[in-house]
Design a protein around this ligand. Structure first.
Ligand code: DNO
Length: 384
């Protein structure tokens, strides 16, 4: 398992690489080239410079989040083959610097959606929050306006103003598109790119829809276990993988996160682990990573990842804004650093207890181990 922080590059992020380097156990970043719009090719030189900048600070480029997909591919227009060719070339270019993980989503028009980017909690921290009833009072362009108001003047990932400036045309592209059409367009895309991934060793990790239900009447196809299994099964290659995002899937309390992890197993290439608090149906606010601050059992989530032999990249996800930090909403340094330590602490304890259990059962295959003789066996083991 490799622990990373998401980083948006020197011109788009308030957090610098040196600060990330100072977080114990965080060995790298996942990043992107935020100035390149979906559909633009990624030049090799830009990717090399990015990797060099990261490595010069003693960190590794653990993956790309995201190479965004042009709406022509998602909507399946006549231009899609042109944009798929560009995507294939970008993957080849990324592989030349050793990138082996690419995260992407297949949500029409919008990436993640929230109705409040700075909801104040009892302790004075602020978090991202969502309320379906509020969303239903917005028109899509009003939504953009609302999101912009609390963005602290940062470019919100997936909410590029140039692209969303043409929001009416974009929405028009999907007017008659059913979920089944959208799914077939995804399969078309995957069939074209997975052979490149197999050649180059890049694992493509689709991100679930956030939130995992339709917003503004747009079709959505990565909402639950069934959807994820269908996507992974449609192009059944070890390079066609998932991003397990607990916050996105878990926004719907009917999604059993632990079971989903256990059923996707080694097809999880990337994990976004965070917590949130459900307050009513269709209403949630994000929380600290610490389990008892929200609705999820983070220990059980990490244990499931451990048990399926997760060997991919993991990152703490959105943090609260605390200690007066001003950053891209959800992506400050302080709370994500705290979150990473919590996740690493759980992982360490899993490593410790699960490897000990294995050692005990190998050394004492026939013995029933009681609490007292576990202690004895551990002491014996520690001299091995
Ligand atoms: C939101 C993120 C998403 C994610 C994309 C992946 O905070 O989880 O923007 O990176 O959906 O393409």
């Amino acid at each position: 398992m490799k622990m990373a922080l998401r980083w948006f590059g020197p011109s788009f992020d308030s957090v610098n690489l040196q600060s990330i380097r100072q977080i114990p156990g965080v060995t790298g970043v996942v990043t992107t080239l935020p100035d390149l719009a979906a559909g633009q090719p990624w030049p090799i030189k830009r990717i090399q410079d990015l990797a060099k900048m990261i490595e010069s600070q003693g960190l590794q480029l653990h993956g790309i989040e995201s190479v965004n997909i042009h709406d022509s591919i998602k909507a399946g227009t006549d231009q899609r083959d042109h944009y798929i060719d560009i995507y294939r070339q970008t993957l080849r270019n990324l592989a030349t610097v050793g990138v082996d993980l690419v995260c992407y989503n297949f949500m029409p028009v919008f990436d993640w959606t929230r109705t409040d980017l700075a909801k104040v909690r009892e302790d004075g921290s602020t978090v991202l929050a969502y309320d379906q009833q509020i969303l239903e009072t917005y028109k899509p362009d009003q939504m953009l306006h609302e999101m912009g108001k609390k963005s602290n003047d940062f470019l919100l990932p997936g909410w590029e103003p140039e692209r969303l400036g043409e929001i009416r045309e974009l929405l028009g592209m999907y007017r008659n598109l059913t979920e089944e059409h959208l799914f077939q367009n995804l399969v078309y895309f995957l069939e074209a790119i997975i052979p490149i991934c197999e050649e180059t060793g890049i694992r493509m990790a689709i991100h679930p829809d956030d939130p995992p239900w339709s917003v503004f009447g747009l079709p959505r196809i990565v909402k639950n276990r069934r959807d994820l299994e269908r996507v992974l099964g449609a192009v059944d290659s070890p390079y066609n993988c998932a991003t397990l995002c607990t916050g996105s899937l878990g926004s719907n309390p009917d999604n059993p996160l632990v079971d989903i992890i256990r059923s996707l197993g080694n097809r999880i290439a990337f994990a976004h682990v965070r917590n949130l608090r459900h307050t009513a149906p269709g209403v949630f606010e994000e929380a600290a990573h610490f389990s008892s601050d929200g609705s999820f059992d983070l220990y059980a989530i990490m244990e499931a990842l451990y048990d399926v032999g997760f060997d991919g990249v993991i990152r703490p996800d959105h943090g609260r804004a605390i200690w007066n930090e001003v950053s891209l909403p959800g992506y400050g340094l302080y709370d994500r650093a705290l979150g990473s330590q919590y996740l690493l602490g759980i992982w360490d304890s899993l490593l410790h207890t699960k490897t000990k259990k294995k050692r005990i059962s190998v050394r004492n295959p026939a013995k029933i181990i009681s609490a007292a003789n576990i202690f004895a066996v551990e002491k014996e083991g520690s001299h091995a």
